[in-house]
Design a binder for this molecule. Structure first.
Ligand SMILES: [Zn+2]
Length: 475
């Protein structure tokens, strides 16, 4: 691995990479949410002379091995790298500063923040802002997490001033705390110690949530989703059940296009090969990311990218964990509705590209949000801080039919145009757009899925979700 900044401490970087990976594997964060930081005590004259390693804003915690994912900034004065650092860097800085001031002999200090869903859901029971306490039932207490865990409910969103004022102090007496409607922060001597605390908290709060589920509520929510819903809702043609007019085009796969390039090594052929490889690599990487977050449990998703007049799209039913060159098809704009049914969602993506000048489209059917779209009404309104930050209100189009067709697809296009980011279709999952990279639309859908998971759990344990949505609306 080659890193662009050779002066980064290799051991610290390695520890951060490893912890980010575990955090992601354990499902403790959204794709780019959460952050970690480490400060080594190199005996500076004062605390302000110490250096903090912190994850960059929007870096993927599961892939901190990317060259620019970790940045270095001073614990003292504000330096240029703070612009790159996580939006929660101010809190990290203040936490470390306080820890070193209290214990100048501390060898190192680490802090990790994750979007622990169950801890966040339990914190929703606190209606007022300020510092609270979550009691841990005796049977769930552990060596690291004892009688109670402090909770801070901020008046505002992420990176808010009241967080910087309140949280570092709380973390001086407790190595772990919950941040209301948001997630958790933990500290330790190294990232591993902080990480273990987060994992333990999430395991305990998950059991607590399960204990609190009200059977009656649980049943009511389950009954809102009709049995066999997955087979009921479909994109016309995508599964082969409907076709439009003449369908005589069989698009080439990226694999075929590459094999067609003759084996000669002229500059043009080389450039072409590199170009196709780059396109494929981007799809493959996002395929792995979305698998990490279980975003396509029913294998109904599709990803596409438009370059000029060409659209690259994934085949229906692919395994995103292991995308192959034969899974990626290329067709020209205008051919979309003449492609053999069952192969891909070509006409649908083509119609969206025709209506909106976007470069990427992602369609996924994640478990929680796809089910929720059936009964939530005209919009998904997140009640967690991250969800509100990414997108306040996600429209849900109702085409008036279970099958999305050319006649009713306008409802989806209008919904997408309303925010140019993301929209859901009743029973058909989410559609999101990207203008710069394929990762963008996944980010919207993954954030929506995690918000809806919290909404569903909150409803099941009897939290007044509508009141929360009203409260957030006032922000
Ligand atoms: Zn956060």
């Amino acid at each position: 691995m080659i890193r662009s900044e050779p002066d980064l401490d290799k051991d610290v970087v390695q520890q951060m990479i490893e912890c980010g990976r575990i955090l992601t594997k354990k499902g403790l964060n959204n794709i780019t949410s959460g952050n970690e930081s480490v400060v080594l005590n190199h005996r500076a004259e004062n605390v302000g002379g110490l250096v903090m390693y912190i994850t960059r804003s929007s870096s993927k915690l599961g892939h901190l091995d990317e060259p620019t994912a970790i940045v270095k900034t001073s614990l003292g004065e504000y330096d240029g790298n703070m612009v790159l650092a996580s939006s929660e860097a101010d809190i990290h800085k203040e936490i470390h500063r306080k820890r070193f001031e209290a214990k100048p002999d501390l060898k190192s200090s680490a802090c990790a923040h994750a979007h622990t869903i169950h801890a966040a859901v339990l914190s929703m029971e606190f209606e007022e802002t300020g510092i609270k306490e979550l009691r841990i039932p005796e049977k769930y207490r552990s060596k690291r997490i004892k009688g109670s865990v402090p909770v801070f409910v901020s008046r505002y969103g992420s990176g808010a001033k009241d967080m910087v004022e309140n949280m570092p102090g709380v973390l001086m007496d407790n190595p772990i705390m919950i941040l209301g409607n948001h997630g958790a922060f933990a500290v330790g001597g190294d990232p591993e110690e902080a990480l273990k605390r987060l994992i333990e908290l999430e395991a305990i709060t998950e059991k607590m949530v399960l204990d609190r589920i009200i059977p009656q509520r649980d049943r009511e929510i389950e009954e809102k989703v009709p049995e066999g819903w997955l087979d009921k809702y479909a994109v016309a043609g995508a599964l082969g059940q409907m076709r439009y007019g003449k369908t005589n085009i069989k698009p080439k796969t990226i694999g075929e296009l590459m094999r067609r390039l003759d084996s000669s090594s002229s500059d043009w052929v080389e450039a072409q090969r590199r170009y196709l490889n780059e396109i494929f690599d981007e799809f493959r990487e996002i395929g792995r990311d979305l698998t990490d977050f279980s975003m396509d449990p029913y294998r109904r998703g599709s990803l596409s990218r438009r370059i000029g007049n060409t659209v690259y799209i994934t085949r229906t039913g692919v395994d995103f964990a292991d995308l192959k060159k034969e899974d990626l098809l290329a067709f020209e704009m205008g051919e979309g509705d003449r492609i053999e049914p069952g192969l891909c969602e070509s006409w649908l993506h083509e119609t969206i590209y025709d209506g909106i000048a976007t470069n990427y489209i992602t369609h996924l059917l994640p478990e929680y949000s796809s089910r929720y779209s059936i009964y939530c009404g005209e919009a998904i309104v997140p009640i967690d801080v991250e969800g509100r930050y990414v997108i306040k209100k996600i429209p849900v189009a109702d085409p008036g039919d279970n099958i999305l067709t050319k006649e009713n697809v306008g409802t989806l296009i209008d919904a997408l145009k309303s925010n140019e980011k993301v929209a859901y279709v009743k029973g058909l999952g989410g559609f999101a757009l990207g203008f710069g990279e394929l990762y963008e639309p996944l980010h919207y859908l993954e954030s929506a899925e995690s918000s809806v998971k919290m909404i569903t759990l909150a409803e099941k344990i009897g939290i007044d979700v509508r009141a929360k949505q009203e409260m957030f609306r006032k922000w």
